[in-house]
Design a protein around this ligand. Structure first.
Ligand code: PFF
Length: 451
């Protein structure tokens, strides 16, 4: 089996693929507005601490289990088990991860489809097709369904080509483009009137807000979503990493890239919102908070682009291209989870598995689209607030409580021979054993209303 398995051909390839999974709508959409509404730089500071003290250790747990098992989550966790009970637990955690990531992909594809529609809108307007432009940016079942199919088609296209020719090749092209577009957009937007007020809202700390436990817990949830944790995505990417690589270092680079791009996204979104306000667009909702949900991306920013005159078309094109790229490098990582399982454990040919599973998930997307008001928020809440942190908790439990310490050390030493003397080995095992599980449990205590 191992000969047939894909593998990333270089560190760069892995870094682009894994940071591509991590960097997505969560970074460009979620993080900046969360920061602005929750104490600016004070939230950023709390977020950074949480990423490096809690999410990074959980990320390492997944990468290490994956590389050790050289397989998908179900098989890798079964391989670490020490008896019937832990075997059953491993099987369950692996399967729940597959179901969860498929459901995350279902809502993610819907939102990514909107990004694609808004990407085509400026092109339609340039071509003078104004009624098409109106259709692209107006809500509608047919538009949503069509773009679900288009975006899912792209995701299937990349994943069916495999690890090297699909994931690595496309992530290595798309991620550098994403960074260039993001920087160009920032450089342009910060020169516009009103931008400095946005920078202030983003960067001036208000430490009074940070002591709030809800805020800390929300930041932890954001960190888990942003690093694609708890569903086996990072685990499967870890399984494609060569044994010669230093995983601890690769993992920290992925976390740094994720945080770095989220930070840069804030330098774009917040100034853009205040420039929009300067141009007469409302950026606060009725309750007095900054508009953060779909309203931000689908109405505030398009209104800003419209108010910019002809250059606004170009800016809109660049912005929605950025969003589409960010979405695609994340969606491929999600589809890879069930596909890898079908290929490895059931011998299904990759192309067939990708098309079949992609089609099933597309049907789920269409069901959500048709019952949007009931199913969309429910799917987001169940998968990201409940399932994802719970999965993360169990990956930590497997690494720290079920796997024996020597086996773990042996796996990490490959590619990092002096790890035993490192700060990483002094701190990380303690974190995954005690701190991460307790912190994740606190999230549930809060969700159940006890905090
Ligand atoms: N990390 C992605 C984002 O920030 O948008 C979302 C994500 C990707 C979640 C992959 C889960 C996953 F498995």
């Amino acid at each position: 089996m191992s000969a047939a398995r894909g593998e990333f051909s270089s560190r760069f390839g892995f870094l682009m693929a894994a940071s591509g999974s991590a960097v997505g709508l969560g970074n460009i959409w979620g993080f900046p507005t969360n920061t602005a509404s929750n104490g600016g730089a004070a939230f950023l500071f709390t977020y950074l601490i949480l990423v490096f003290l809690l999410a990074y250790p959980a990320l390492m747990a997944e990468l290490i289990i994956g590389r050790h098992g050289h397989s998908n989550a179900v098989t890798a966790l079964q391989g670490l088990s020490r008896g019937r009970a832990t075997y059953l637990l491993g099987t369950t955690v692996g399967f729940v991860g597959i179901v969860t990531v498929s459901l995350i992909l279902s809502f993610y594809v819907i939102v990514s489809g909107w990004m694609m529609a808004y990407l085509i809108d400026p092109l339609a307007r340039l071509a003078g097709l104004n009624s098409l432009a109106g259709w692209l940016t107006g809500d509608g079942l047919v538009r949503d369904s069509l773009f679900v199919l288009l975006f899912m088609g792209l995701t299937i296209y990349v994943i069916s080509a495999g690890v090297k020719e699909g994931i690595e090749k496309w992530a290595s092209r798309l991620m550098p483009s994403l960074i260039v577009i993001l920087i160009l957009l920032i450089l342009y937007v910060v020169t516009l009137p009103g931008a400095s007020e946005g920078l202030r809202a983003y960067l001036v700390p208000d430490f009074g807000v940070v002591a709030n436990p809800h805020l800390i817990i929300n930041a932890l949830g954001q960190a888990f979503f942003s690093l694609s944790l708890g569903v086996g995505t990072m685990l499967i990417y870890g399984s494609y990493v060569n044994k010669r690589e230093n995983l601890a270092q690769l993992g920290s680079l992925v976390a740094l890239l994720d945080v770095g791009i989220a930070f840069l996204a804030g330098l774009l979104i917040l100034p853009a919102m205040y420039v929009a306000q300067n141009n007469g667009v409302a950026i606060y909702d009725a309750a007095g908070g900054l508009i953060a949900g779909p309203g931000l991306i689908l109405s505030v920013l398009p209104a800003l682009f419209n108010s910019m005159g002809p250059i606004g078309l170009l800016v809109a094109l660049a912005f929605f291209l950025l969003m589409t790229i960010a979405s695609l490098t994340s969606s491929i990582s999600m589809l890879e989870v069930p596909v890898a399982y079908a290929v490895e454990n059931h011998g299904v040919e990759r192309k067939k598995a990708t098309v079949a599973i992609g089609a099933i998930i597309a049907v789920i997307c269409l069901i959500i689209v048709a019952n949007f008001s009931v199913l969309f928020d429910l799917t987001v809440t169940v998968t990201t607030e409940w399932s994802q942190p719970l999965g993360g908790l169990f990956f930590c439990v497997f690494v720290a409580w079920i796997w024996n310490r020597n086996g773990l050390l042996r796996e990490i030493s490959q590619g990092y021979p002096d790890v035993e003397q490192s700060l990483f080995w002094k701190i990380w095992p303690f974190y995954v054993k005690f701190i991460c599980p307790v912190a994740i449990l606190m999230v549930y205590v809060q969700l159940l209303g006890f905090l």
